[in-house]
Design a protein around this ligand. Sequence first.
Ligand SMILES: C[S@@+](CC[C@H](N)C(=O)[O-])C[C@H]1O[C@@H](n2cnc3c(N)ncnc32)[C@H](O)[C@@H]1O
Length: 178
Amino acid sequence: MQPLDVIVGFLMVWVFVIVLMVVTSIFLRAPFVPTPMKITKKMVAFADLKGDEVVYDLGAGDGRLLIESKKAHPGITAKGFELSPPVYVWGLFLIWKSGVKVGLHMRNMFHQNVSDADCIFLYLMPGAMKTLQKKFEKELKPGTKVISHAFKFPGREPVKSMPVPWLQGEKDLRLYIW
Ligand SMILES: C[S@@+](CC[C@H](N)C(=O)[O-])C[C@H]1O[C@@H](n2cnc3c(N)ncnc32)[C@H](O)[C@@H]1O
């Protein structure tokens, strides 16, 4: 086999995996669009973690928010839920590569009890935010922080917002305290 064949084969597998990630996420209520790394670090700083919290990412994608949180605060418990199989497998690989302990589970976030959460990261779509708001009203303990990238909870005011650059303009990170 020629080196060129190996490169072409590798590229074809890579394109196939990306197409698979996009296609599977079309059927979910939020597609796989990872938070850019610069914004990931800003989100973790915005969460102002103390270091011993239980931290969730619902719709965790490739686990990057949890990996960065765990690197910055090794004492936290980091748990993520991701429903798309190829995204989940990619996330497991990145967690393994990072060397930090993050629990990523292939599970529907709407069916996951999150009453032990101290902090929850979200980057979803308006419909999912509405459904999660109802779930959080029933489950979250008072004082739980919820940090949302770009999307708002309907009828609930954030305690703090922070603009982050996006394309030619900007969008907001929002901190809600339940
Ligand atoms: C916009 S991405 C955000 C990924 C990650 N949180 C980040 O900020 O980089 C949303 C993710 O939610 C996942 N997702 C959508 N519906 C879901 C569900 N019901 N349960 C678990 N994951 C879901 C999608 O597969 C996608 O990877």
